[in-house]
Design a protein around this ligand. Sequence first.
Ligand SMILES: Cc1ncc(COP(=O)(O)O)c(C=O)c1O
Length: 389
Amino acid sequence: MADPPSVKPETLAAQALHEVDPSSGAIVPPIQPSTTYARDEDYRPVSPGHQYSRDENPTYETAEALLARLEGGVACLLFASGQAGASAVLQALEPGDHVVAPQVMYWGLRKKIVAFCRRWGLELDLFHPGEPGALERVLRPGQTKLVWIETPCNPTWEVIDIAAAAQAAHGAGARLVVDSTVATPVLTRPLALGADLAFHSATKYLNGHGDVVAGALVSAKDDDFWQRIKDHRVFGGAVLGPFEAWLLLRGLRTLYLRVHRASDSALRIARHFEAHPKLAAVLYPGLESHPEHAIAKAQMSGGFGGMLSFRFAGGAGAALQAAKACRVFTRATSLGGVESLVEHRATVEGPDSPVPEDLLRLSVGIEHVDDLIADLERALGSVGSPGDL
Ligand SMILES: Cc1ncc(COP(=O)(O)O)c(C=O)c1O
C-alpha cells in the first residue's frame, strides 16, 4: 500500500490511523481475546512482541499508537483505569523523592497521591493552582522528582500554565506530568508545551460514551522512567481488557467532533448564565472574567472544554434544589460523555471535601444546546420555590 499522506489529527482519529486488518482487509480492527500467543518450532514468537496479554495485546496497539500521535509523544500505554495509570507513575518514584501536586484536582487522585506519599516514604507539597508563583515556591531543587498538574483543575477550573510549570519542574530536576483529561489532545498538547508525560482518565472524553473505565499515559521520551512505568503495567498487572480497548478506539474516532461540540455548548451556557441573579459565579476558563483566561487562550486552541461549574448565591440548598429540578442533565458523577451530567461534588466527595457546597459541576455533552440551556433555566427557576416543581 502507498505511504499515507501527512494528515491532520482529526483525520488520524476518524480513520483510526487508516489501518486495515491484514488478515481480512477489514477497516475495523478485530478484538483479540487470546491471553497467550504461540511460538514456532524454534521457540520464536509467531508474532514478534506477542507472548502474553498482560505484556501486550494487539487490540491495544492501534489505540496506543493513535494516542501517541495525537499527543505528539513517542509511546503510549493504556491502563485498566486512570487511577491505575497514575499509580504506575507514582510507583516509578523512589522513597525519599519529593512530589508536588495542586490542591485543586480530581479528588480521588489527590487522595491517592497523599496516601501513597505518606505510606511509601515520599515527601509531598500541595500548591494552590490559582496563586501565581505557588508551584515554584514549593519546588526543592535536586529532591523534587515529580510535578503532577491537572489543567483545567477539577471542579473549579483554574488553569495552570503548562510551559511555565515545565520550565520550573525541569529547573528543579523534576518531571512534569499533566492530567489533560478535561482538555484532551483536541484542545491542549502538553508535550509540545514541555511536559514529560500526558495523562488521561480515558474513561472521560477519550472514550466518551460512558461505557469504559480506562487510563492512558503518553511519554515524550522512551527513557528509564518510562520503562519503570511499563514494568509496572506488566508486573503490577493493571491491564485493560481487549473489549474495552476496542471500545476506546471506537470512541476515539469521534473525539474531535465531540470535544468541539461540547466546548462550543459549554461556552454558550457559561455566557448565557454568567450574570444570572441566582448565581454567585460561573466558573469556566472561556469566560473573559476567568482569572486565568489569558493563559487558557494561549495554551488551549479550538475551545475551552466541556466542563464548567455554577456557584449558587443561595448556598448548598439552592445548588441541590437546582440539581433536583434538572430534566435533561442527568444527576451522576463522571464527565466527558456524550450525555450532559450535573453533579454536587461536595456530596460525592464527603465531609472533608474542599469543594464549596454551593457548587454544581456540569459536564456538557453533545445534545442540542437549546435543550441544555432550557433545562438549566428551569432548574434555576425552581431555586427558592421548591413547591413549583
Ligand atoms: C481529571 C481526572 N483525572 C483522573 C481521574 C481518574 O480516572 P478513572 O476514574 O478512569 O480511574 C478522573 C476520574 O474522575 C478525573 O476526572
